[in-house]
Design a binder for this molecule. Structure first.
Ligand code: PNS
Length: 160
């Protein structure tokens, strides 16, 4: 069984994340979408349960995708589940420095590999933070996030 993990904060999941998850799903037997969180410092617009729910909804068509949250080191999550590789989307060179550091640290810790996938250029400018910022000020983010995320985002921001 070839397994890979696609980690992130997913606050919320965007079409850019979904593109990477879908591509990972066609390359691997099993894809774990792993939401990193820190109980001591809860942060974000959506709770972890809401992020899990949204990810379940938007990955429903991929039968080999599992969604889980994790606390602590990603390499421990991998070790406990027998996952030898991490998959990450690279949007631009600005992502590269930090991603390279994490990949090297993770490999140094447990020899887990990191594979980088070039983001679809349609989504190369996309990030969850930018989506939240634009939506907060009334900008149109439809087409950049899945329908269910757009609905929840609109509802959450309307609550103030
Ligand atoms: O979507 P993000 O915010 O870029 O996701 C970052 C995430 C959750 C993938 C990263 O912060 C992470 O792997 N956190 C888990 C803690 C960990 O293993 N830290 C050491 C990384 S070398």
């Amino acid at each position: 069984m070839r397994r890979v993990v696609c980690p992130g904060s997913f606050d919320p999941v965007t079409n850019g994340h979904l593109d990477i998850i879908g591509r990972a799903s066609s390359l691997y037997d099993e894809v774990y979408v792993a939401i990193g969180f820190n109980r001591a410092k809860p942060s974000g617009l959506f709770t972890i349960d809401e992020r899990i729910e949204m990810l379940h909804e938007v990955t429903e068509q991929y039968k080999n995708v599992k969604v889980e949250a994790f606390e602590g080191l990603l390499v421990n999550f991998c070790k406990e589940r027998g996952i030898p590789a991490i998959i990450k989307g690279l949007r631009a060179v600005t992502d590269f420095d930090y991603e390279l550091q994490m990949a090297q640290m993770n490999y140094g810790l447990t020899e887990v590999e990191t594979l980088f996938v070039a983001t679809n250029p349609l989504y190369s400018f996309l990030s969850s933070s930018l989506i939240k910022e634009v939506a907060t000020y009334g900008g149109d983010v439809s087409g950049l996030v899945p329908e269910t995320v757009l609905r929840r985002l609109t509802e959450r921001l309307a609550q103030g």
